[in-house]
Design a protein around this ligand. Structure first.
Ligand code: FAD
Length: 622
């Protein structure tokens, strides 16, 4: 091996959504960083859906942004249709989503990376880790060059031993058009990592010129598109529509006729696929009573005719794909530009990680993204950001940044992964967060901006505008609790309109705002200055006041759980010396090696009694 003549602080393997955030975070924290990827033209490429955000995923993007990551700004600059989902539901489950111009998204991210100080980019395949005394010290590459580094972050996505399936045809690939990563997963197995196999799939990309859009229902973006990033003032670009189409009984017959040549049903695919994102053949088999399935025909960009039929992923043979897509009304003449396919790939079970995303087996090695068994750009980016931050903090000799389950969806996801591991692709859902009312999209900056600033990722200018917003919210909340409407000052007409006739005492503005349908705009009739506050501040006032009781209750639950969460378990804990632990609990603790009592309490099979015994043993130890 030829050894490259520079030792980096952080090497990031992979330039997907995890790799980009990891490399930018480490470089922005002043660490000399090298990002290695199989294909420099595919930086931040969207392998599947050309969209960012969605339910729970939008929360992750906002959190990434609040901490100083790039994904939010990137989609704000390159999005072509923005929508807020669940607007009629409570604030905890409202979520932002945007269609991306796929090529622009990739190009802008590449530009940002190329402009970043302390960051080198190289196109090369990593074939193995280079270890010294049980710690990672660099990586070996296919071209025979060894790159040295104090820390390494692996973000290999769907590439490790990637195998693409279209019907009974299969061939190695990292995703369509990209080479697979061969060698690295064997290296990881040799070190002792438990490596498993997962599967995912994607629809065909269709030629928009051959679709009769007139016969489909158009779906437009929001009239006032709301940015993802707390630092984007407004979305300037023109928005484009998506279109809705449906399969029909004929489509389902065609699909059934191809099942004997489906790699999934013929038992050729061993990897486990995402349950919540089934292929169209899965939907047809699992829900035989349904006579149609919906698809959104989503543009892949402004300058291309390619469109993405969401929810129509398949690994059926190409002749079945031709017939089935053409059976959909409006798509009778459709031409496939890129076929649908499934891909199997290696992942590393994330129970082998600390909550910092450092591996338990090899010091200074961090894993992030799809390699940890997750699925989705946002899940990957969030982990990449945390791994990049923690690799940089390690080099700085500082404690890792670990977000709690009550602080961020990022904390929930990483805790789920490292505590429970995963046997199927993991994606984020709001239902995974027990403190959802605290973890809203709208308050991601209030939860995390400070932390992003403390580690050096949020620049001073952004931090100051955040502090100004926070001060304004606090002072207005105080004012609203003090200012009162007296029955005499209100006047008969307003009392009637607001259903306050007969009240004897003055009522605070806060009490008024607590009423379900009462908004700042209503309050402006007696307090006009409120409309001069920024919209984001008014939104906080309404949410924080209306949901005060529920929020306080969740904060009490968090406080009750805090003792367990903050009690750490030493990495070398010898569970065989803890008396009275049942054999099952002992076996689970040895296998999962939790970092805290809180984490231990979430391992299935670890009983409350086991936690009490462990807690006593830990007290006795110190
Ligand atoms: P990726 O985006 O896969 O990037 C991996 C990066 O690592 C690439 O830059 C690659 O070049 C590099 N790399 C890999 N190995 C090496 C090596 N040895 N040396 C150097 N560089 C290396 N997500 C969903 O949410 N829903 C879906 O329905 C969905 N379907 C998908 C279908 C398909 C066919 C594919 C391929 C992906 C799908 N995804 C889906 C997943 C989504 O693309 C990923 O979750 C996301 O891109 C993962 O980001 P990542 O950064 O972990 O990895």
């Amino acid at each position: 091996m030829i050894v490259y003549d520079k030792t980096y602080d952080v090497i990031v393997v992979g330039a997907g959504h995890a790799g980009c955030e990891a490399a930018l975070a480490a470089a922005r924290m002043g660490r000399s960083t090298l990002m290695l990827t199989i294909n420099l033209d595919a930086i931040a490429l969207m392998s599947c859906n050309p969209a960012i955000g969605g339910l729970a995923k939008g929360h992750l993007v906002k959190e990434i942004d609040a901490l100083g990551g790039e994904m939010g700004r990137n989609i704000d600059a390159t999005g072509i249709q923005f929508r807020v989902l669940n607007t009629k539901k409570g604030p905890a489950v409202r979520a932002s989503r945007a269609q991306a111009d796929k090529q622009l998204y990739r190009l802008r991210m590449k530009h940002v990376m190329e402009q970043q100080d302390n960051l080198d980019l190289k196109q090369v395949e990593v074939t193995d880790l280079y270890l010294e005394d049980g710690s990672v010290a660099g990586v070996d590459t296919k071209g025979g060059v060894r790159y040295l580094s104090r820390t390494v972050v692996l973000t290999t996505g769907t590439f490790m031993r990637g195998l693409i399936h279209i019907g009974l045809v299969h061939y190695p690939g990292g995703r369509a058009g990209d080479l697979p990563s061969i060698g690295l997963s064997d290296g990881l197995k040799d070190v002792g990592f438990e490596v498993g196999r997962l599967k995912t799939g994607t629809p065909a990309r269709l030629d928009g010129r051959t679709i009769d859009f007139e016969r489909l229902e158009a779906q437009h973006g929001d009239e006032n598109p709301i940015p993802f990033s707390f630092s984007t003032e407004r979305i300037e670009q023109q928005q484009v529509p998506c279109h809705i189409a449906y399969t029909n009984p004929k489509s389902h017959d065609i699909i059934r006729s191809g099942l004997d040549r489906s790699p999934l049903y013929a038992g050729i695919i061993e990897g486990i696929g995402p349950r919540y994102c089934p292929s169209i053949e899965d939907k047809v088999v699992r829900f035989p009573e349904k006579d149609r399935h919906q698809t959104f025909i989503e543009p892949e960009g402004r300058e291309t005719v390619e469109v993405y039929p969401s929810g129509m992923s398949t690994s059926l043979p190409i002749d079945i794909q031709w017939a089935f897509y053409r059976s959909i009304e409006g798509l009778e003449r459709v031409e496939i530009m890129r076929p649908a396919y499934a891909i199997e790939y290696d992942y590393v079970n994330p129970i082998q990680l600390h909550a910092s995303l450092e591996t338990k087996l090899v010091r200074n090695l961090y894993n992030a993204g799809q390699i940890n068994g997750t699925s989705g750009y946002e899940e990957a980016a969030a982990q990449g950001l945390m791994a990049g931050i923690n690799a940089a903090l390690r080099v700085q000799g500082k404690e890792p940044l670990v977000l709690g389950r009550s602080e961020a969806y990022i904390g929930v996801m990483i805790d789920d992964l490292v505590t429970l591991g995963t046997k199927e692709p993991y994606r984020m859902f709001t239902s995974r967060a027990e403190y959802r009312l605290l973890l809203r999209e709208d308050n991601a900056d209030l939860r995390l901006r400070e932390k992003g600033h403390d580690i050096g990722l949020v620049p001073e200018s952004l931090y100051h505008s955040f502090l100004a917003k926070k001060e304004l919210i606090d002072s207005e909340l105080d004012r609203l609790s003090r200012e009162r409407l007296t029955p005499s000052a209100a006047g008969e007409e307003l009392l009637q309109e607001w259903d306050l006739v007969g009240i004897q005492n003055a009522i605070s503005y806060e009490q008024l705002l607590r009423r379900p349908d009462f908004t700042c705009s209503d309050l402006s009739r007696i307090y006009p200055e409120i409309m001069e506050l920024p919209e984001t501040v008014r939104e906080q006032l309404e949410i924080q006041i209306k949901y005060k009781g529920y929020i306080e209750r969740q904060l009490e639950q968090v406080a009750r759980a805090a003792r367990l969460e903050s009690t750490t378990i030493p990495a070398d804990m010898d569970y065989s010396t803890v008396p009275s632990l049942s054999a099952e609990v002992r076996e689970k603790l040895v296998r999962f090696r939790p970092d805290t009592l809180g984490q231990a309490s979430r391992i299935p099979g670890v009983t409350p009694a086991g936690i009490t015994i462990l807690s006593i043993a830990l007290k006795a130890r110190y």
